[in-house]
Design a protein around this ligand. Structure first.
Ligand code: FE2
Ligand code: FE2
Length: 565
């Protein structure tokens, strides 16, 4: 491939060429002047000698004055010298001398002609090379000048394109001619990248759970930064803790070690430094080396997952940090300063979406808590009952390998299963002893009451959150009295017609009712209650849910013991 030059280098080169051209012209002109001058000298000298020869021939000067010029011009003067030294006086002697002088004069004439031709040739060649050399250099300069001009025109057009398109669509990237083009093309790439980030926002639903956010954004960012793990963590400013959210990992079969809920003190880690110094990004290009230095628990866990380098960005809202974005790679030294800059600007925009999701998620959770508190005012049986049902449901959901989002929603929304009880008259709700059939029918309406409350909320809040966000909550309320065999209420749904969250909460709720004292019954011992659950495997309860419950019976027992009434 042809080596690319920078425009700066080209301009430097043209300056050097101009200097060479000037020096070359001067030297050629010097050479011409020198040649003319040196020929002039010879010419004057020869004229002088011709006049001496004339004087000698005319007898105005002695014959021997010609010896010196003969020697000077390397003329064969031996014969002439011999004639002179013979001191003869006859006319033949004089004739011989004059013949020698004529020869010498001819010699000088030839010499003059040769010299003239020689100098003339050099001068012609000098002129010619001056013209050819200058022409080549000037041509070169014109080509260079045109290229630079074209390039500048192109750059101006490119800048125009960028300002015209950067907020609308992708800016086209053309082939680089100069090194500066590479720089401009890189900037265009960055602009296009940010542009496509905006595009993913368009595709993100208005209310996205944190887990959906991590998944959607993570897939994209991992691809962009050649990474295999993306996660977020939030700062709890009350406790100054950093709490990890679930990670999106691209490599199959990796056992996640740094799980959702992992907590560490903010200012015990270098994340604290980022916050204190308001540093937007942090690159750790060798996690192993970092672990040897800091012995940080989170670094250890992420190393155990098989990651070698990490890029972190601060999540801020109105300049106030509230969390972090993390990218990790299986390769050491995966991240450059350029990556960090780009990640910082992307994170700046992503922060707002993340904060929105976090706010909606929190709001939903506060809303759920308020509803639960409302029921607690009326119904004494709640309190620890809802906490235990939540815990049991979470344990079963995890054992069934449900998605982290579903596990969280089951845990958060299970307490709501009986909110419809706010509409049940106290005489029935708080009646000691068994309900008669009519009262029992009224009692059953707590399910449809609950569903109505949620549906109204769903309708009212539809401008700020997708109805989808409340599906798990609604299913738990609507289906916690349905049975696997279809003999439940209110709809008599059967088998997998009932959502998994409905099937799980149904078991958790019954199991807790069995193990606690109610106005109309005593508490069954733990083992007896477990036995009753097993008896209803495949009739009242989903066999898979029963199996998961039994597999985790040690954990279930722990909750039962710790949260006893
Ligand atoms: Fe209920
Ligand atoms: Fe209940």
């Amino acid at each position: 491939m042809k080596k690319m030059r920078s425009i700066n280098k080209c301009l430097k080169k043209s300056t050097v060429l101009v200097i060479i051209l000037i020096l070359y012209s001067f030297s050629m002109m010097g050479l011409i002047v020198y040649e003319i001058e040196s020929f002039e000298k010879i010419y004057i000298k020869l004229r002088n000698y011709f006049s001496i020869i004339n004087d000698v021939v005319a007898g105005r000067k002695q014959f021997d004055v010609l010896l010196e010029p003969m020697k000077e011009f390397d003329y064969d003067y031996q014969e002439y010298e011999n004639l002179l030294s013979s001191h003869k006086t006859d006319t033949s002697y004089k004739k011989s001398l004059l013949a020698e002088i004529r020869n010498f004069a001819n010699f000088l004439r030839n010499y003059e002609r040769d010299k003239l031709l020689e100098h003339d040739k050099i001068i012609r060649i000098s002129y010619l090379s001056l013209i050819i050399g200058s022409a080549i250099i000037i041509m070169f300069l014109i080509i260079l000048n045109n290229r630079v001009k074209k390039y500048i025109k192109k750059v101006v057009k490119k800048i125009g394109d960028i300002s015209d398109n950067m907020y609308i669509s992708e800016v086209p990237v053309d082939k680089a001619v100069f090194e500066e083009d590479v720089m401009i093309n890189n900037s265009i790439h960055n602009i296009n990248l940010v542009q496509s980030i905006y595009d993913i926002f368009k595709h993100l639903p208005i209310n996205t759970a944190i887990e959906d956010f991590t998944f959607t954004v993570g897939s994209y960012l991992c691809n962009l930064f050649n990474s295999q793990r993306f996660s977020v963590a939030f700062i709890d400013w009350e406790t100054e803790n950093v709490i990890a959210e679930v990670a999106h990992i691209l490599i199959p079969n990796i056992v996640p070690r740094l799980n959702a809920g992992f907590t560490q003190k903010l200012f015990d880690s270098s994340l604290g430094e980022m916050v204190r110094e308001n540093r937007l990004t942090r690159i750790i290009n060798d996690l192993e080396e970092r672990y040897n230095l800091t012995q940080s628990e989170s670094t250890k866990l992420i190393l155990e997952e098989g990651f070698k380098s990490n890029l972190t960005a601060l999540a801020t809202i109105n300049s106030r940090p509230f969390g972090f974005f993390f990218l990790s790679s299986e390769k050491k030294g995966n991240y450059t300063e350029r990556d960090a800059k780009l990640f910082a600007s992307i994170s700046g925009v992503l922060s707002y979406r993340l904060y929105y999701s976090l706010t909606i998620q929190k709001l939903l959770s506060y809303f759920a808590n308020s509803l639960v508190n409302l029921v607690e005012f009326k119904d004494n049986e709640t309190g620890n009952h809802i906490k235990r049902v939540s815990m049991y449901a979470k344990i079963i959901a995890e054992e069934l390998n449900l998605s982290p989002k579903l596990v969280r929603e089951i845990y958060e929304f299970a307490p709501l299963h009986d909110i419809g009880k706010v509409g049940i008259p106290d005489a029935i709700l708080l009646k000691p002893g068994k309900l008669d059939p009519e009262e029992w029918e009224i009692m059953k309406t707590h399910v449809t009451n609950g569903v109505k409350i949620i549906e109204q909320f769903q309708k009212d809040a539809r401008s700020i959150m997708e109805p989808q966000s409340l599906v798990v909550m609604k299913n738990i309320i609507a289906e916690h009295h349905e049975r696997w065999d279809g003999k439940g209420y209110p709809d008599g749904k059967k088998g997998e017609e009932i959502s998994i969250e409905g099937r799980i909460v149904a078991l958790a709720d019954v199991f807790d009712a069995l193990t606690t004292k109610r106005p109309y019954k005593d508490a069954f011992p733990f083992e007896k209650a477990v036995e009753m659950i097993i008896q209803e495997r495949g009739t009242h309860f989903d066999p898979n849910v029963v199996d998961a419950f039994l597999k985790k019976i040690v954990d279930i027992r722990m909750v039962y013991e710790n949260l006893k009434d």
